[in-house]
Design a protein around this ligand. Structure first.
Ligand SMILES: NC(=O)c1ccc[n+]([C@@H]2O[C@H](COP(=O)([O-])OP(=O)(O)OC[C@H]3O[C@@H](n4cnc5c(N)ncnc54)[C@H](OP(=O)(O)O)[C@@H]3O)[C@@H](O)[C@H]2O)c1
Length: 329
């Protein structure tokens, strides 16, 4: 089978992990990397044995040998970088959060459809075997009707103001960086647009949200009760509560290795899975499947859902005291 040839746009922390994990995908080949500086692209290329190295993202996007580009820049650049790649005819896997605002998401999706190229948000959680099992249990009705989804994605990092994590200029803050995991999880379980959204956020010393919470209300009063933080230690678990029982995903639910099914009055069922590498490879199998089947979006992470999630995040932060630079115009 022909290999699918990847280009890597930027050379930061997750780009490194992603390239390492591609070794678990036999039909993937990394052939190009683009950085803002040639020396950085060369260093990354040497480390990962990548032949084509570019001193700009534009040059990478125009490499005729590349089939699909992984966009791993800070959130504030996702829309611009993805659009440039798609306009050069490339399929795109864009890191989470998809972008900064629903308006940007609409533009990205419009370009994907106009250029007839594949586009997917890289939300790793959805592609793990544990999640496939959890959705199977729910679809079989084993916990009855889902009424409450509770999830927590928090950690305390020691960040410098210039780093992307809490830097509002780069789309930093807990909502876009880690809130996306819990909001996307709730969206995946309910497969609905929330009817009502309330959000709380604490804007800290760097001018971005350090922690927050949201309650999402769906049809018939079903709830998503979700918390996220970049400066608070917590247990990163998720629970799905239904009318007959519940499912627990233990720490770290966003990169899941276990799910526990509790049906009232029955013995617990446990599904365990050992992930390979950092777990970034599972989403790559999905990209390859879509490309080989000629799909322009993934049924597991469809574009209308990435847009709906961005709309929800816009609503969550609407009452907060700051706007991202891309959202001020
Ligand atoms: N899926 C996951 O598990 C996961 C985990 C962590 C992060 N992420 C996501 O991946 C993306 C990147 O995160 P990261 O932690 O890898 O970030 P990072 O280490 O800061 O790397 C970001 C890279 O973007 C490029 N860049 C372009 N403009 C920049 C600017 N103005 N400031 C800083 N860097 C700039 C740089 O590459 P060059 O110098 O080569 O141009 C930089 O190395 C984010 O969307 C994040 O949410 C996903």
């Amino acid at each position: 089978m022909d290999k699918i040839r990847w280009g890597i746009l930027s050379t930061g922390s997750i780009a490194n992990s992603f390239v390492e994990d591609l070794k678990f995908v036999p039909d993937a080949e990394v052939i190009a990397v683009g950085s803002r500086k040639q020396a950085v692209a060369d260093k990354f290329g040497d480390k990962h044995n990548i032949p084509n190295r570019y001193d700009s993202y534009h040059a990478l996007a125009n490499d005729p040998e590349v089939d699909v580009i992984y966009v791993a820049t800070p959130h504030s650049m996702h829309a611009e970088n993805s659009i440039m790649c798609m306009e050069a005819g490339k399929a795109v896997l864009c890191e989470k959060a998809f972008c900064i605002t629903a308006g940007e998401a609409e533009k990205m999706i419009a370009v994907a459809r106009r250029e007839k190229v594949f586009l997917m948000e890289a939300l790793v959680t959805r592609h793990f075997p544990v999640i496939h099992k959890v959705l199977e249990w729910i679809n079989l009705g084993l916990i009855g009707e889902v009424r409450i989804v509770q999830a927590n994605r928090c950690a305390r990092g020691s960040f410098r103001p210039e780093q992307r994590h809490l830097n509002p200029e780069l789309g930093g803050g807990s909502l876009l960086d880690v809130g996306i995991y819990v909001i996307s999880f709730s969206s995946m379980i309910y497969q609905q647009t929330p009817k009502k959204v309330v959000g709380f956020g604490h804007v800290g010393e760097f001018g971005s949200d350090e922690q927050g919470a949201t309650i999402l209300e769906y049809e018939n009063g079903a709830l998503g009760v979700l918390t996220f933080a970049l400066r608070t230690e917590a247990v990163n678990e998720a629970y799905i509560y239904g009318t007959k029982g519940h499912i627990k995903l233990p720490e770290l639910f966003a990169v899941p290795t276990c799910a526990r099914l509790h049906v009232k009055g029955e013995k617990e069922v446990v599904f365990n899975d050992k992930i390979k590498g950092n777990g970034l490879n599972y989403q790559v199998h999905e990209v390859h499947r879509c490309l080989r089947e000629g799909l322009l979006e993934s049924p597991r992470m469809p574009l209308h859902e990435s847009l709906q999630i961005m709309q929800t995040m816009d609503k969550i932060r609407a009452p907060w005291s700051f706007r991202y630079p891309n959202d001020k115009k």
